[in-house]
Design a protein around this ligand. Structure first.
Ligand code: GDD
Length: 363
Protein backbone atom coordinates (compact mmCIF):
# COMPACT_ATOMS: atom_id res chain seq x y z
CA UNK A 1 0.00 0.00 0.00
CA UNK A 2 1.40 3.46 -0.88
CA UNK A 3 1.50 6.48 1.41
CA UNK A 4 -1.55 8.19 -0.16
CA UNK A 5 -3.84 5.28 0.70
CA UNK A 6 -2.51 5.39 4.29
CA UNK A 7 -4.16 8.80 4.58
CA UNK A 8 -7.62 7.30 4.02
CA UNK A 9 -7.12 4.33 6.35
CA UNK A 10 -8.74 4.42 9.76
CA UNK A 11 -6.36 4.29 12.70
CA UNK A 12 -7.27 2.22 15.74
CA UNK A 13 -5.53 1.66 19.04
CA UNK A 14 -6.07 -1.70 20.72
CA UNK A 15 -4.82 -1.96 24.28
CA UNK A 16 -4.00 -5.52 25.28
CA UNK A 17 -3.23 -6.57 21.71
CA UNK A 18 -1.48 -9.72 22.91
CA UNK A 19 -4.60 -11.14 24.56
CA UNK A 20 -7.30 -13.35 23.10
CA UNK A 21 -9.69 -10.53 22.15
CA UNK A 22 -6.83 -8.25 21.11
CA UNK A 23 -5.58 -10.81 18.63
CA UNK A 24 -8.99 -11.54 17.07
CA UNK A 25 -9.88 -7.86 16.90
CA UNK A 26 -6.51 -7.04 15.33
CA UNK A 27 -7.05 -9.58 12.59
CA UNK A 28 -10.56 -8.27 11.95
CA UNK A 29 -9.52 -4.60 11.77
CA UNK A 30 -6.56 -5.40 9.51
CA UNK A 31 -8.93 -7.28 7.22
CA UNK A 32 -11.12 -4.17 7.15
CA UNK A 33 -8.16 -2.01 6.12
CA UNK A 34 -7.30 -0.30 9.41
CA UNK A 35 -3.89 0.78 10.64
CA UNK A 36 -3.71 -0.95 14.02
CA UNK A 37 -1.53 0.20 16.89
CA UNK A 38 -1.57 -2.51 19.51
CA UNK A 39 -0.24 -1.82 22.96
CA UNK A 40 1.55 -4.16 25.33
CA UNK A 41 2.79 -3.42 28.81
CA UNK A 42 6.28 -1.90 29.16
CA UNK A 43 9.12 -4.29 29.87
CA UNK A 44 9.35 -6.10 26.57
CA UNK A 45 8.42 -9.55 27.85
CA UNK A 46 4.96 -9.90 26.24
CA UNK A 47 4.53 -13.06 24.19
CA UNK A 48 2.82 -12.32 20.88
CA UNK A 49 2.04 -15.97 20.06
CA UNK A 50 -1.67 -15.27 19.47
CA UNK A 51 -0.90 -12.71 16.75
CA UNK A 52 1.50 -15.25 15.29
CA UNK A 53 -1.06 -17.99 15.31
CA UNK A 54 -3.58 -15.78 13.47
CA UNK A 55 -0.89 -14.91 10.91
CA UNK A 56 -0.92 -11.14 11.55
CA UNK A 57 2.15 -10.56 13.70
CA UNK A 58 4.19 -9.20 10.78
CA UNK A 59 1.34 -7.46 8.96
CA UNK A 60 2.62 -4.13 7.57
CA UNK A 61 -0.31 -2.25 9.11
CA UNK A 62 0.13 -3.65 12.60
CA UNK A 63 2.36 -1.68 14.94
CA UNK A 64 2.99 -3.13 18.39
CA UNK A 65 4.12 -0.62 20.98
CA UNK A 66 4.77 -0.49 24.68
CA UNK A 67 2.38 1.69 26.63
CA UNK A 68 2.02 2.24 30.38
CA UNK A 69 -1.73 2.39 30.99
CA UNK A 70 -1.12 3.61 34.53
CA UNK A 71 0.56 6.77 33.25
CA UNK A 72 -1.63 9.69 32.19
CA UNK A 73 1.39 11.29 30.53
CA UNK A 74 1.86 8.17 28.39
CA UNK A 75 -1.82 8.13 27.39
CA UNK A 76 -1.78 11.85 26.50
CA UNK A 77 1.31 11.29 24.35
CA UNK A 78 -0.23 8.22 22.69
CA UNK A 79 -3.36 10.08 21.62
CA UNK A 80 -1.35 13.09 20.50
CA UNK A 81 1.01 11.01 18.35
CA UNK A 82 -1.49 8.60 16.78
CA UNK A 83 -4.69 10.69 16.60
CA UNK A 84 -6.74 7.48 16.37
CA UNK A 85 -10.35 7.41 15.19
CA UNK A 86 -11.06 4.48 17.52
CA UNK A 87 -9.63 3.15 20.78
CA UNK A 88 -10.51 -0.37 21.90
CA UNK A 89 -9.55 -0.69 25.54
CA UNK A 90 -9.19 -4.41 26.20
CA UNK A 91 -6.16 -4.56 28.48
CA UNK A 92 -6.83 -5.59 32.08
CA UNK A 93 -6.06 -8.12 34.76
CA UNK A 94 -9.08 -10.17 33.75
CA UNK A 95 -8.99 -13.20 36.02
CA UNK A 96 -11.70 -13.13 38.69
CA UNK A 97 -9.85 -15.79 40.70
CA UNK A 98 -6.64 -13.77 40.69
CA UNK A 99 -8.49 -10.58 41.63
CA UNK A 100 -9.32 -12.15 45.01
CA UNK A 101 -5.59 -12.68 45.59
CA UNK A 102 -4.44 -9.31 44.22
CA UNK A 103 -7.28 -6.86 44.87
CA UNK A 104 -5.19 -3.68 44.92
CA UNK A 105 -3.28 -4.38 41.73
CA UNK A 106 -6.46 -5.47 39.98
CA UNK A 107 -8.64 -2.55 41.02
CA UNK A 108 -5.98 0.16 40.65
CA UNK A 109 -4.77 -1.14 37.30
CA UNK A 110 -8.24 -1.40 35.79
CA UNK A 111 -9.43 1.99 37.06
CA UNK A 112 -6.29 3.92 36.14
CA UNK A 113 -6.09 2.45 32.65
CA UNK A 114 -9.61 3.48 31.68
CA UNK A 115 -9.49 6.88 33.36
CA UNK A 116 -6.18 7.79 31.74
CA UNK A 117 -7.43 6.91 28.27
CA UNK A 118 -10.73 8.76 28.73
CA UNK A 119 -8.92 11.81 30.07
CA UNK A 120 -6.43 11.72 27.19
CA UNK A 121 -9.27 11.53 24.67
CA UNK A 122 -11.10 14.40 26.33
CA UNK A 123 -8.02 16.61 26.32
CA UNK A 124 -6.22 15.64 23.13
CA UNK A 125 -8.48 13.87 20.61
CA UNK A 126 -12.09 14.60 21.63
CA UNK A 127 -13.60 12.98 18.54
CA UNK A 128 -11.90 9.62 19.13
CA UNK A 129 -14.40 6.82 19.73
CA UNK A 130 -13.69 4.77 22.87
CA UNK A 131 -14.68 1.17 23.58
CA UNK A 132 -14.54 -0.10 27.16
CA UNK A 133 -14.48 -3.89 27.61
CA UNK A 134 -17.07 -4.38 30.35
CA UNK A 135 -18.14 -7.61 31.96
CA UNK A 136 -21.23 -9.55 32.94
CA UNK A 137 -19.59 -9.89 36.37
CA UNK A 138 -21.10 -6.50 37.27
CA UNK A 139 -24.62 -7.92 37.38
CA UNK A 140 -26.52 -8.93 40.45
CA UNK A 141 -26.03 -12.65 40.78
CA UNK A 142 -29.32 -12.96 42.60
CA UNK A 143 -30.93 -12.22 39.29
CA UNK A 144 -31.58 -15.60 37.73
CA UNK A 145 -33.40 -14.36 34.63
CA UNK A 146 -31.80 -12.99 31.49
CA UNK A 147 -29.52 -10.01 32.13
CA UNK A 148 -30.05 -6.93 29.98
CA UNK A 149 -28.49 -3.48 30.02
CA UNK A 150 -31.12 -2.57 32.66
CA UNK A 151 -30.43 -5.41 35.12
CA UNK A 152 -29.34 -4.32 38.61
CA UNK A 153 -25.61 -4.30 39.31
CA UNK A 154 -24.05 -6.16 42.20
CA UNK A 155 -20.32 -6.78 41.75
CA UNK A 156 -19.10 -9.60 43.99
CA UNK A 157 -15.35 -9.69 43.46
CA UNK A 158 -12.54 -7.10 43.11
CA UNK A 159 -12.42 -7.51 39.34
CA UNK A 160 -16.15 -6.81 39.00
CA UNK A 161 -15.90 -3.91 41.43
CA UNK A 162 -13.23 -2.27 39.28
CA UNK A 163 -15.11 -2.98 36.06
CA UNK A 164 -18.27 -1.42 37.44
CA UNK A 165 -16.31 1.72 38.15
CA UNK A 166 -14.89 1.83 34.60
CA UNK A 167 -18.39 1.26 33.26
CA UNK A 168 -19.52 4.39 35.12
CA UNK A 169 -16.37 6.31 34.15
CA UNK A 170 -17.20 5.70 30.48
CA UNK A 171 -20.82 6.76 31.00
CA UNK A 172 -19.66 9.87 32.90
CA UNK A 173 -17.29 10.99 30.15
CA UNK A 174 -20.06 10.45 27.64
CA UNK A 175 -22.57 12.48 29.63
CA UNK A 176 -20.25 15.18 30.98
CA UNK A 177 -17.81 15.74 28.14
CA UNK A 178 -19.57 14.33 25.09
CA UNK A 179 -16.88 11.70 24.58
CA UNK A 180 -18.06 8.91 22.25
CA UNK A 181 -17.58 6.22 24.88
CA UNK A 182 -19.39 2.87 24.77
CA UNK A 183 -19.28 -0.18 26.99
CA UNK A 184 -19.66 -3.74 25.79
CA UNK A 185 -21.02 -5.75 28.70
CA UNK A 186 -19.36 -8.97 27.65
CA UNK A 187 -20.40 -12.39 28.83
CA UNK A 188 -17.75 -15.14 28.79
CA UNK A 189 -16.19 -15.65 25.40
CA UNK A 190 -13.66 -18.34 24.65
CA UNK A 191 -11.51 -19.75 21.86
CA UNK A 192 -8.39 -21.80 21.19
CA UNK A 193 -6.47 -18.61 22.08
CA UNK A 194 -7.88 -18.49 25.62
CA UNK A 195 -5.39 -18.53 28.48
CA UNK A 196 -5.48 -21.91 30.27
CA UNK A 197 -6.08 -20.27 33.65
CA UNK A 198 -9.70 -19.80 32.53
CA UNK A 199 -11.82 -22.87 32.97
CA UNK A 200 -12.77 -23.69 29.36
CA UNK A 201 -9.21 -23.82 28.06
CA UNK A 202 -8.05 -25.59 31.22
CA UNK A 203 -10.65 -28.27 30.41
CA UNK A 204 -9.94 -28.58 26.68
CA UNK A 205 -6.17 -28.68 27.10
CA UNK A 206 -6.49 -31.38 29.79
CA UNK A 207 -8.98 -33.39 27.74
CA UNK A 208 -6.50 -33.32 24.84
CA UNK A 209 -3.58 -34.38 27.03
CA UNK A 210 -5.57 -37.19 28.67
CA UNK A 211 -6.77 -38.44 25.26
CA UNK A 212 -3.15 -38.52 24.07
CA UNK A 213 -1.80 -40.19 27.21
CA UNK A 214 0.10 -37.12 28.43
CA UNK A 215 -1.98 -36.55 31.58
CA UNK A 216 -4.25 -38.71 33.67
CA UNK A 217 -6.54 -36.45 35.70
CA UNK A 218 -8.03 -32.94 35.61
CA UNK A 219 -8.76 -31.10 38.87
CA UNK A 220 -11.44 -28.42 38.91
CA UNK A 221 -13.33 -26.26 41.38
CA UNK A 222 -17.07 -25.67 41.25
CA UNK A 223 -18.54 -28.00 38.63
CA UNK A 224 -22.05 -26.61 39.07
CA UNK A 225 -21.09 -23.03 38.16
CA UNK A 226 -22.97 -21.88 35.07
CA UNK A 227 -21.82 -19.47 32.41
CA UNK A 228 -23.08 -18.02 29.14
CA UNK A 229 -20.15 -19.04 26.93
CA UNK A 230 -19.69 -17.72 23.39
CA UNK A 231 -16.93 -17.67 20.78
CA UNK A 232 -14.47 -14.76 21.00
CA UNK A 233 -14.39 -14.41 17.20
CA UNK A 234 -18.09 -13.50 17.29
CA UNK A 235 -17.59 -11.06 20.16
CA UNK A 236 -14.93 -8.93 18.47
CA UNK A 237 -17.39 -8.42 15.62
CA UNK A 238 -19.86 -7.07 18.19
CA UNK A 239 -17.17 -4.89 19.76
CA UNK A 240 -16.39 -3.31 16.39
CA UNK A 241 -20.08 -2.76 15.61
CA UNK A 242 -20.53 -0.97 18.94
CA UNK A 243 -18.08 1.72 17.81
CA UNK A 244 -19.68 2.02 14.35
CA UNK A 245 -23.10 2.96 15.80
CA UNK A 246 -24.47 6.46 15.27
CA UNK A 247 -24.52 7.15 19.00
CA UNK A 248 -22.40 5.88 21.89
CA UNK A 249 -24.27 3.39 24.03
CA UNK A 250 -23.85 0.26 26.15
CA UNK A 251 -24.63 -3.23 24.90
CA UNK A 252 -24.81 -6.73 26.36
CA UNK A 253 -23.03 -9.27 24.16
CA UNK A 254 -24.08 -12.81 25.06
CA UNK A 255 -25.39 -16.06 23.55
CA UNK A 256 -28.57 -16.29 25.66
CA UNK A 257 -27.71 -19.85 26.67
CA UNK A 258 -26.01 -21.07 29.83
CA UNK A 259 -24.23 -24.31 30.59
CA UNK A 260 -22.46 -25.66 33.66
CA UNK A 261 -18.76 -26.36 34.00
CA UNK A 262 -19.83 -30.02 34.22
CA UNK A 263 -21.60 -29.71 30.83
CA UNK A 264 -18.48 -28.18 29.31
CA UNK A 265 -16.31 -31.01 30.67
CA UNK A 266 -18.66 -33.59 29.17
CA UNK A 267 -18.62 -31.88 25.76
CA UNK A 268 -14.85 -31.40 25.74
CA UNK A 269 -14.04 -34.99 26.64
CA UNK A 270 -16.58 -36.25 24.10
CA UNK A 271 -14.79 -34.08 21.52
CA UNK A 272 -11.55 -35.84 22.49
CA UNK A 273 -13.17 -39.28 22.12
CA UNK A 274 -13.83 -40.02 25.80
CA UNK A 275 -17.37 -40.46 27.21
CA UNK A 276 -17.85 -39.49 30.87
CA UNK A 277 -20.36 -39.97 33.70
CA UNK A 278 -20.35 -37.89 36.88
CA UNK A 279 -20.68 -39.55 40.31
CA UNK A 280 -20.70 -38.26 43.88
CA UNK A 281 -21.46 -34.89 45.41
CA UNK A 282 -19.67 -31.60 46.07
CA UNK A 283 -15.94 -32.06 46.70
CA UNK A 284 -16.33 -35.82 46.31
CA UNK A 285 -17.74 -35.56 42.80
CA UNK A 286 -15.71 -37.26 40.06
CA UNK A 287 -16.10 -38.07 36.38
CA UNK A 288 -15.36 -41.60 35.25
CA UNK A 289 -14.74 -42.94 31.76
CA UNK A 290 -17.78 -44.67 30.24
CA UNK A 291 -16.69 -44.86 26.62
CA UNK A 292 -13.43 -44.64 24.67
CA UNK A 293 -13.33 -44.31 20.88
CA UNK A 294 -11.05 -46.75 19.08
CA UNK A 295 -8.39 -44.21 18.11
CA UNK A 296 -7.95 -43.08 21.73
CA UNK A 297 -8.04 -46.66 23.07
CA UNK A 298 -5.20 -47.59 20.68
CA UNK A 299 -3.17 -44.51 21.55
CA UNK A 300 -3.66 -44.76 25.34
CA UNK A 301 -4.06 -48.46 26.22
CA UNK A 302 -3.75 -47.66 29.93
CA UNK A 303 -6.99 -45.59 29.86
CA UNK A 304 -9.73 -47.87 31.26
CA UNK A 305 -13.51 -47.75 31.58
CA UNK A 306 -14.44 -46.63 35.11
CA UNK A 307 -11.20 -44.68 35.55
CA UNK A 308 -11.48 -41.29 37.27
CA UNK A 309 -10.27 -38.56 34.93
CA UNK A 310 -11.85 -35.48 36.57
CA UNK A 311 -12.08 -34.71 40.26
CA UNK A 312 -12.88 -31.70 42.42
CA UNK A 313 -10.13 -29.85 44.24
CA UNK A 314 -11.61 -27.32 46.69
CA UNK A 315 -8.46 -25.19 46.26
CA UNK A 316 -10.10 -23.98 43.05
CA UNK A 317 -13.28 -22.86 44.82
CA UNK A 318 -13.74 -19.10 45.00
CA UNK A 319 -14.60 -17.15 48.17
CA UNK A 320 -17.93 -16.41 46.54
CA UNK A 321 -19.36 -17.75 43.31
CA UNK A 322 -21.18 -15.63 40.74
CA UNK A 323 -23.97 -16.79 38.44
CA UNK A 324 -26.08 -18.36 37.17
CA UNK A 325 -26.02 -15.70 34.50
CA UNK A 326 -27.39 -15.58 31.01
CA UNK A 327 -27.27 -12.50 28.86
CA UNK A 328 -29.96 -11.12 26.61
CA UNK A 329 -28.28 -9.59 23.53
CA UNK A 330 -31.55 -8.28 22.03
CA UNK A 331 -30.43 -4.65 22.09
CA UNK A 332 -27.22 -5.46 20.20
CA UNK A 333 -29.16 -7.61 17.76
CA UNK A 334 -31.74 -4.92 17.05
CA UNK A 335 -29.48 -1.86 17.05
CA UNK A 336 -26.28 -3.34 15.62
CA UNK A 337 -27.46 -6.42 13.73
CA UNK A 338 -25.07 -8.51 15.85
CA UNK A 339 -25.64 -12.17 16.58
CA UNK A 340 -23.48 -15.13 17.46
CA UNK A 341 -22.65 -17.66 14.76
CA UNK A 342 -20.96 -20.37 16.82
CA UNK A 343 -22.79 -22.78 19.14
CA UNK A 344 -21.35 -24.04 22.41
CA UNK A 345 -20.86 -27.46 20.83
CA UNK A 346 -18.97 -25.95 17.88
CA UNK A 347 -16.88 -23.81 20.21
CA UNK A 348 -15.95 -26.77 22.37
CA UNK A 349 -15.04 -28.86 19.33
CA UNK A 350 -12.91 -26.02 17.94
CA UNK A 351 -11.01 -25.68 21.22
CA UNK A 352 -10.45 -29.40 21.79
CA UNK A 353 -9.31 -29.97 18.19
CA UNK A 354 -6.82 -27.10 18.49
CA UNK A 355 -5.49 -28.49 21.77
CA UNK A 356 -5.15 -32.00 20.34
CA UNK A 357 -3.19 -30.56 17.40
CA UNK A 358 -0.99 -28.59 19.80
CA UNK A 359 -0.22 -31.64 21.95
CA UNK A 360 0.53 -33.72 18.86
CA UNK A 361 2.94 -31.12 17.57
CA UNK A 362 4.60 -30.80 20.98
CA UNK A 363 3.21 -27.25 21.46
N1 GDD B 1 -10.59 -20.61 36.32
C1 GDD B 1 -11.19 -21.70 36.83
N2 GDD B 1 -10.43 -22.81 37.16
N3 GDD B 1 -12.53 -21.66 37.02
C2 GDD B 1 -13.12 -22.78 37.52
C3 GDD B 1 -12.41 -23.93 37.85
C4 GDD B 1 -11.00 -23.95 37.69
O1 GDD B 1 -10.30 -24.92 37.96
N4 GDD B 1 -13.29 -24.87 38.29
C5 GDD B 1 -14.51 -24.31 38.24
N5 GDD B 1 -14.42 -23.05 37.77
C6 GDD B 1 -15.54 -22.12 37.60
C7 GDD B 1 -15.33 -20.79 38.29
O2 GDD B 1 -15.62 -20.90 39.68
C8 GDD B 1 -16.32 -19.93 37.51
O3 GDD B 1 -17.60 -20.06 38.07
C9 GDD B 1 -16.35 -20.53 36.12
O4 GDD B 1 -15.66 -21.78 36.22
C10 GDD B 1 -15.69 -19.70 35.05
O5 GDD B 1 -14.43 -19.27 35.52
P1 GDD B 1 -13.37 -18.56 34.54
O6 GDD B 1 -13.19 -19.36 33.31
O7 GDD B 1 -12.15 -18.28 35.35
O8 GDD B 1 -14.09 -17.22 34.06
P2 GDD B 1 -14.98 -16.14 34.86
O9 GDD B 1 -16.41 -16.39 34.51
O10 GDD B 1 -14.63 -16.06 36.28
O11 GDD B 1 -14.51 -14.78 34.18
C11 GDD B 1 -14.38 -14.66 32.76
O12 GDD B 1 -15.56 -14.17 32.17
C12 GDD B 1 -15.92 -12.84 32.52
C13 GDD B 1 -17.16 -12.45 31.73
O13 GDD B 1 -18.27 -12.84 32.39
C14 GDD B 1 -13.19 -13.72 32.50
O14 GDD B 1 -12.89 -13.74 31.12
C15 GDD B 1 -13.52 -12.31 32.90
O15 GDD B 1 -12.46 -11.46 32.55
C16 GDD B 1 -14.80 -11.89 32.17
O16 GDD B 1 -15.13 -10.57 32.49
Amino acid sequence: MDDSSNLTMKTAVITGVAGQDGAYLTRMLLDKGYQVHGTVRPGGSTDLWRLDSLGVRNHPHLHVLQHDLCSLVDSLALMDRLQPQEVYHLAAQSSVARSFEEPHATVNGIQQGTLNLLEAIRKVTPTTRFFEAGTSEIFSTKHSALCTELTAFHPRNPYALAKLSTYWATVNYRESFNVFGSVGILFNHESPLRDPRFVTRKITSSAARIALGEASVLELGNLAARRDWGYAGDYVEGIWRILQADQPDDFVLATQRSASVRDFVRLAFAGAGIGLAFQGQAEHEVAVVTDIVDGVADQVPCLKLGQVVVRVNPDFYRPIETGPSIGDPSKARLALGWQVSTSLEELCKLMVSADIARVKSGG
